[in-house]
Structures are given as structure tokens and as C-alpha cells.
Design a protein around this ligand. Structure first.
Ligand SMILES: Nc1ncnc2c1ncn2[C@@H]1O[C@H](COP(=O)(O)OP(=O)(O)O)[C@@H](O)[C@H]1O
Ligand SMILES: [Mg+2]
Length: 362
């Protein structure tokens, strides 16, 4: 297994910059996701690591070795594509064996490696089937088998689960994580699905328009998003943004308060460390373990909150919503950069959707 170091990497297609000055250090045995909206450059970066695309600037090192100097054949990096393209005329056995056959390894070694991969992935009973005789999930497992069979230094996966239906996707992601832990593999996983990235990754690299926004552990990205883009992209439903306290009593709001719907709930009496906001309940969405509430504030803006049981509420009801101040992120309204959490002592109360600073009481 291997570490991957991405140093000041940029790439353009003609005059179109696709990757801009990316710096990332992926540790040996780490599971890292590249997460971002479609077109932000995730696949391009992955293909650059695999050596399928050339970088315009910077360097990529695999275990300290400059990738530019390693011929693609000797890179020992496996790639699983979104459409895993098995060879239709080959049985599962030959599909998995293919990379080893290419290396002209002895038949006995091939057989042993295929048996090992098949056992790891629960494919023993399917080895003599053709791809047409497999379900989507089984095909996906064969593609993973073909990727890991030669014991690669790193496994790169480009949205490998996006062609599967929802329940299978959840099962397969658990299998991929188990496999990664079992083999202590370095995995780079591309996805646009924030939940997938959250549950799988040791660290997530959040990208937007070819620029790295944050590279951190899932809960850090969730709780301390570097900026408004990351805050909006991670978490579902999206974080609420409210106008923040006006610093120094000026006219323009200089900060935004970010509140996750899961942290904001109806209350009778907000606690001393809470931020409270009042509004009218306009929509109730029961989702099972939690119910989402749309609440319209006096200024007409809408916030999403949560409660445990929809039966406790009626549309039209006047609600006071509260959130612990420590869970509220403060963003610079101009740059979008997160400056911290709402500090407990300063306090603030939101009325009509606008927070007012409240004098610090000692
Ligand atoms: N071969 C190419 N020629 C020109 N532009 C490309 C090429 N491949 C990708 N792009 C552009 O680069 C950007 C990033 O693409 P991609 O890495 O596929 O994004 P993602 O995987 O995040 O959806 C997109 O704007 C895409 O249109
Ligand atoms: Mg892509």
C-alpha cells in the first residue's frame, strides 16, 4: 500500500482551468473521498493520479516517487470506473484474472489470486457465470475483484456505486469499507454524494470549481465547515443561513449564522445558552426517525427545523425554535469563510430573522 502526495497540482484543458493549485497528502492505508458537485474536477484529479491524464503544473508522488517518472504500466494503481465495463464474452473468473494475464503471471499464481479475491468479495459461486448473468451489485463486486486482484498499491474508484439502486448502494458501500479495512488499502473514492463520503471516509476532500475547499475528517467538515460552500454541500437538508449580529452597530450585516436543521428544534423556553428564533410553521415533513419542519420567519425567510414527532404540531402554529449557540457557525458574509462558532458569552437573540447582539451579563 502507498501514500499519495499531490503537490500544487493544476490542470487546464486548453484555456479552461479544471484543477487549480491542489495540495493533498493521502496517508498509507487511508480512505479519502473527493467530494463536490458535478464538473468540479473530481474525476480529472483521480485520472491524474492514475496517470491517465497529464497534469499541467505541480507533482504527484506515490510513496515518495514522482509519478511523472513511473511508466503507467509500473504504477500499480487500480482504477474502478463508474460504468465498470466487464468483458461481456468472458466469465467472471477470466474478468477477474485479466490484469494478471496481462502481466503474464504463471497460471498457478493467477488461480490463487483469483480465488483470494473471489473469497474476499463472496464471488466463489459466480466464477463461471458471464456478466450478463449477474445483478448490478454482483457486477460491481466483480469490477472491484478485477481491481484488487493484483494487490495494487492504491485503489482509485470513480463514483463506483452511482449505477446501483439506493438500498444496494448502501450495502455495497459497507462492503467497500470492510474490504478497505481488512486489506488496509489506500483508497481514493470519488463521489458527489455527501452522505456516501461521510460514512466511508477517513478524510474528505471537498472541491468546488477545481479548487480544494477543505480536507478534513467527516465530522470536522460537518461541524466546522471551512466556508459557506462546504457548509451547504455537507448535510441534508441544507444548513440554514440567517443574518448575523451587526458588528459595531453598523447598517450592513457583516456575518451570517449557519444553523443545521437537525440542531434547531421547537421549544417552550429557550435555555440561557440557546439562540432562539420565532416563526410560523408552514410545512410538516415526517421522515421517520426525524420530522422536518418548514418555519416562516416574520421577514418572510424560511428555515428548516426538526422535531421527533410530527403529531405534536399543526401547520399555522406559532413556534419558538432554539439551537445551542455552540452549534451555530458564524460566517463572514462577504468572503463566506467560517470564523468560528457563536460564542456562548456574547449571546444573540434572533427576532424577525435578524439576530441582535445581547449585552453580556456576568
Ligand atoms: N477531455 C476534456 N476536455 C475538455 N474539458 C474536459 C475534459 N474532461 C473534463 N473536462 C471538463 O473539466 C471539468 C471537470 O470535469 P470532471 O473532472 O469530469 O468533473 P467531475 O468528475 O467532478 O464531475 C468539467 O468542466 C469538464 O467539462
Ligand atoms: Mg466525474
Amino acid at each position: 500500500m502507498a501514500s499519495i502526495s499531490i503537490r500544487d497540482v493544476s490542470k487546464s484543458y486548453g484555456t479552461l482551468p479544471v484543477l487549480q493549485g491542489l495540495d493533498l497528502d493521502i496517508r498509507d492505508g487511508e480512505f479519502v473521498s473527493f467530494l463536490g458537485p458535478s464538473g468540479c474536477g473530481k474525476s480529472t484529479l483521480l485520472f491524474c493520479i492514475a496517470g491517465l491524464e497529464e497534469i499541467s503544473e505541480g507533482a504527484i508522488h506515490l510513496d515518495g516517487q514522482d509519478m511523472g517518472r513511473i511508466p503507467p504500466r509500473d504504477r500499480n494503481i487500480a482504477l474502478v470506473f463508474q460504468d465498470y465495463a466487464l468483458y461481456p464474452h468472458m466469465r467472471v473468473r477470466e474478468n477477474i484474472a485479466f490484469p494478471l494475464q496481462q502481466q503474464r503471471l504463471p497460471a498457478q499464481t493467477v488461480q490463487k489470486q483469483v480465488a483470494w479475491a473471489a473469497e474476499l468479495l463472496g464471488l466463489e459461486a459466480l466464477l463461471d457465470r458471464s456478466p450478463a448473468e449477474l445483478s448490478g451489485g454482483q457486477r460491481q463486486r466483480v469490477a472491484v475483484g478485477r481491481a484488487i486482484v493484483r494487490n495494487p498499491a492504491a485503489l482509485l474508484m470513480d463514483e463506483p456505486l452511482s449505477n446501483l439502486d439506493a438500498s444496494l448502494r448502501v450495502r455495497m458501500r459497507t462492503e467497500i469499507k470492510r474490504l478497505q479495512r481488512e486489506l488496509n488499502m489506500t483508497v481514493v473514492f470519488v463521489t458527489h454524494d455527501q452522505e456516501e463520503a461521510m460514512v466511508l471516509s477517513d478524510r474528505i476532500a471537498v472541491m468546488d470549481a477545481g479548487v480544494l475547499q477543505q480536507f478534513a475528517e467527516p465530522m470536522t467538515v460537518y461541524r466546522e465547515p471551512a466556508n459557506q460552500f462546504v457548509a451547504s454541500f455537507i448535510g441534508s437538508p441544507q444548513m440554514n443561513f440567517l443574518p448575523g449580529p451587526v458588528a459595531g452597530g453598523g447598517m450592513a450585516a457583516t456575518s451570517l449564522l449557519g444553523v443545521r436543521p437537525h440542531d434547531l428544534s421547537p421549544t417552550r423556553r429557550p435555555g440561557p445558552d440557546d439562540l432562539a428564533v420565532e416563526g410560523t410553521l408552514t410545512l410538516i415533513e415526517p421522515a421517520g426517525p426525524v420530522t422536518f419542519l418548514d418555519v416562516t420567519l416574520a421577514d418572510g425567510s424560511l428555515v428548516k427545523a426538526t422535531c421527533p414527532d410530527p403529531r405534536a404540531h399543526q401547520p399555522g402554529e406559532l413556534l419558538t425554535l432554539a439551537v445551542a449557540r455552540g452549534s451555530v457557525s458564524v460566517f463572514n458574509a462577504d468572503s463566506g469563510v467560517r470564523t468560528g462558532a457563536l460564542a456562548p458569552p456574547s449571546g444573540a437573540r434572533v427576532r424577525d430573522g435578524v439576530a441582535e447582539a445581547v449585552a453580556h451579563r456576568t
